[in-house]
Design a protein around this ligand. Structure first.
Ligand SMILES: [Zn+2]
Length: 160
C-alpha cells in the first residue's frame, strides 16, 4: 500500500505545463528554459540570448477553490535582444523580475487577490505561457538604445 507523505517538497525541472490535480502540495521548480520553448516571444520579435532562468515555488491548498487558489511565486531572469525602435538594430535587454501569481479558472476569481492571475486550462498550469506573459509584461513599450543611435542614420542607409 502506498503511503503518502504530507506536504512533501519536491524540486523538479521546469515542465511545459502541470496538472494541478496531480501536483504535490508544495513543489519547487528551477532550471533553464530554452528560447524555443517560448515561441510567442519569437513571434513578438524578441530573441532569447541563452536560456531563461526560472525559479518558482508552487503551493496547492488541500481544498483548492476559487477563494483559496493555488499560488506560485518566483523569479524570471532572461537576457534578451529587442529591436531598437529608433535605429532598428538589436539591443540587449535583461529581464529580472519577481512574480506572485494566483492560478485561477476564470478572470472573476482573481478579483480578490493582489497577485497576478494566471488562467488555468482544464486544471493545468500552462507554465511556458505564464513565463512568456511575464516576460512580455516586463518589456519596454518603446525599446531604444540608451545612446543616441539615430545620429548615424545617414551612414547606415547606404543602399543605392
Ligand atoms: Zn538604436
Amino acid at each position: 500500500m502506498l503511503v503518502y507523505t504530507i506536504a512533501r517538497a519536491v524540486t523538479g525541472s521546469v515542465p511545459n505545463w502541470l496538472d494541478l490535480n496531480r501536483a504535490a502540495a508544495r513543489q519547487r521548480f528551477e532550471g533553464e528554459v530554452a528560447g524555443d520553448r517560448l515561441p510567442r516571444l519569437i513571434d513578438a520579435g524578441v530573441t532569447v540570448d541563452g536560456d531563461v532562468r526560472f525559479e518558482a515555488d508552487l503551493s496547492v491548498p488541500e481544498f483548492r477553490s476559487a477563494h483559496v487558489p493555488a499560488t506560485v511565486s518566483g523569479r524570471i531572469v532572461a537576457d534578451l535582444a529587442l529591436q531598437c525602435q529608433r535605429c532598428l538594430e538589436a539591443m540587449a535587454w535583461q529581464v529580472d523580475t519577481d512574480f506572485d501569481w494566483v492560478l485561477v479558472a476564470g478572470d472573476e476569481e482573481a478579483e480578490h487577490s493582489d497577485a497576478d492571475p494566471v488562467l488555468l486550462q482544464d486544471n493545468k498550469w500552462m507554465v511556458m505561457d505564464a513565463i512568456t506573459d511575464e516576460i512580455l509584461l516586463a518589456l519596454p513599450s518603446y525599446p531604444r538604445h540608451a545612446h543616441d543611435c539615430a545620429v548615424d542614420d545617414g551612414a547606415a542607409e547606404h543602399e543605392d
